[in-house]
Write a protein that binds this ligand. Structure first.
Ligand code: TXA
Ligand code: MG
Length: 355
């Protein structure tokens, strides 16, 4: 059992109070763990140059030691603190998209604790844009290793209460800066291969990247049949973003067909007394109003950004309502749809493909 006192401090997400940031930075410098908001999801931060702090991150999350962490830096001016031999395309992308939701795989500098990279010679680096993350990095004046601040295998936290639910007693301080604006984790791009490969789609889309550096490939989803083949990034394990409830994803280009399939499943589940909830969109919520089930709208179908922002929180809300099965649809694979598609497929225990 881990049971350390966890303090929660509210912080202004736009204009963080210097005294709160100073306290959080002192904690980081003392080797403590600080959960903080980023524009993507909350991070569980520790000094990336301090092997003991890094080890505490793995223990706190229950994360296997072979799954490397992202190192957060304030901006491109810090990159030489964590990486060496920065390739031209990496620099180009960093100049274009940092600070922001893009993680670039770089050759590791030896000052970065080896545990961060799971013993490997490549380090994942990102400069977060969120004012609290920026202020914390600048005040601590050290690179901060930070995975998403959830227990390993659980849905990433997009608000401080999610961090508390997963990590109370396992983290020294939680900075509560409200909701994360993007709501999905950063894009992870491997530039050690040519063309570069997206290991995890996220807030910076494939289209965004290709406009700057040309062709970019997408790593194929690993291990569907549980083959022994090693996934390119351990975070690409199929079941990774799982709510406690089972999630059934209905994938179809025909939205009305998907709605009808979900209605049929709901009716069957009501008869079988299986507590079932739906994640839907504003335009379709009325289609379930005659059924007595929990229905959450993620936003408008016309705004993928809104759907992304609300997705993980929607899963957690249904889970806390004691829902056993979550039913939802896919939202295409263009632009941000690809990242949503990726998270839904990883969370799903079953995917139903309709014509
Ligand atoms: O948006 C984000 O990236 C958030 C916030 C806190 O910045 N962080 C985050 O970290 O999602 P985490 O640890 O939950 O996911 C990091 C992903 C994992 O899939 C991991 O396997 C991959 O990045 N990764 C980290 N270092 C890597 C490396 N050296 N090579 C390949 N993949 C790496
Ligand atoms: Mg994570």
């Amino acid at each position: 059992m881990i049971n350390i006192p966890t303090q929660v401090l509210a912080v202004d997400p736009r204009d963080p109070q210097p005294e709160i940031i100073r306290k959080a930075a002192q904690s980081i410098n003392a080797g403590a763990l600080v959960a903080f908001p980023t524009e993507t999801v909350y991070g569980l931060g520790g000094n990336a140059l301090d092997p003991r702090a890094v080890q505490r991150i793995f223990l706190s999350k229950g994360r296997p030691a072979n799954d490397p962490l992202i190192v957060h830096i304030a901006g491109i001016d810090w990159i030489e603190r964590v990486a060496v031999r920065i390739p031209a395309k990496t620099e180009q992308l960093a100049r274009e998209f940092w600070p922001g939701p893009l993680t670039l795989i770089c050759p590791r500098k030896e000052t970065v604790a080896l545990a961060v990279t799971a013993g490997g010679e490549k380090v994942a680096v990102r400069a977060p844009a969120h004012p609290v993350a920026q202020a914390l990095l600048r005040a601590a004046d050290t690179p901060i290793a930070a995975p998403s601040a959830n227990r390993f295998g659980h849905t990433s936290p997009t608000q401080a209460s999610h961090v508390w639910d997963d990590l109370a007693g396992r983290v020294d301080l939680i900075l509560d800066g409200g909701k994360c604006p993007i709501g999905l984790e950063s894009t992870v791009l491997d530039l050690s291969v040519d063309p570069p490969v997206i290991l995890r789609p996220g807030g910076i889309t494939r289209e965004n990247l290709e406009r700057v550096i040309g062709e970019v490939h997408l790593a194929s989803r690993s291990n569907p049949g549980g083959s022994s083949e090693q996934p390119p990034s351990p975070g690409m394990l199929d079941r990774h973003y799982s709510p406690a409830a089972r999630l059934i994803l209905v994938a179809s280009n025909n939205r009305q067909a998907a709605v009808e399939r979900i209605r049929a499943l709901l009716q069957a589940h009501i008869l079988e007394d299986i507590k079932t909830g739906v994640l839907t969109v504003n335009e379709e919520i009325h289609q379930y109003s005659d059924l007595n089930v929990e229905v959450i709208s993620l936003g408008s179908i016309l705004d993928l950004g809104q759907i992304a922002t609300n997705l993980f929180a929607g899963m957690r809300t249904l889970e806390q309502a004691g829902i056993e099965v979550i039913l939802t649809t896919d939202f295409g694979q263009k632009e941000l749809g690809l990242a949503i598609h990726d998270r839904l497929n990883r969370a799903a225990t079953q995917v139903i493909h309709l014509e």
